[in-house]
Ligand binder design. Sequence first.
Ligand code: SAM
Length: 208
Amino acid sequence: MNRELPARECQHLRERRRARLFFNRTAFLYPLIEWHLFPRYRQALERLKLPAGLTVLDLATGSGILAAAFSGRGHPVKGLDFSRPLLKRAKKRFPEVDFKVFDLVDLAMIPPDSYGIVACGYLLHGISPRFRATVLQEMARIAAEYIVVFDYCCDGGWFVRLIEWIEGPHYAGFIAGSREQEFAVAGMEVVDSFHTSAFGSTWLCRPR
Ligand SMILES: C[S@@+](CC[C@H](N)C(=O)[O-])C[C@H]1O[C@@H](n2cnc3c(N)ncnc32)[C@H](O)[C@@H]1O
């Protein structure tokens, strides 16, 4: 641990390292998650009907199912994640998508308005409110046209609570908070939102 860093930064670093370890170790469970989420991502994108010419940046792409759902609709897609085992699975399954190892703390390196759409699936509930605010601001800065967010909109019951408790401490605060307010603070306007399951939602936003 770097002794020069303030305590808050150290905690942030520790948390990111712990999260990466969690996702690396649970990569073998992804077929189950994919089975649940992949059809829901496809259905949501079918409903949104975003212009296929728009390029997509999928943040925290994991095993690549949201990236693949966009690609299946004709979008050129790049997927970023810091978990190598998940990216390995993504590259094997979806060779048509450009996947890269990337830590989202470095989002400031990506030029403004450089992708038509910036998306993320089930990232936001797992990161701290402070980092979430930064990621959302960066999404609004990088997206030329749209931001698409998939995540929990309400409590998913004991099983989801258990998994999220193992993942980290942010789930309860996330579902209690207001997405609309967070998006507005980050410089986004919600133009559409709808449930994709009993406890999941999609938000379509425009950068302001
Ligand atoms: C719950 S998974 C969702 C994966 C994928 N979006 C999906 O819908 O299946 C959360 C993902 O966020 C990634 N992640 C979390 N923090 C990250 C960070 N700081 N940089 C890059 N990826 C991160 C994890 O590696 C994991 O793949």
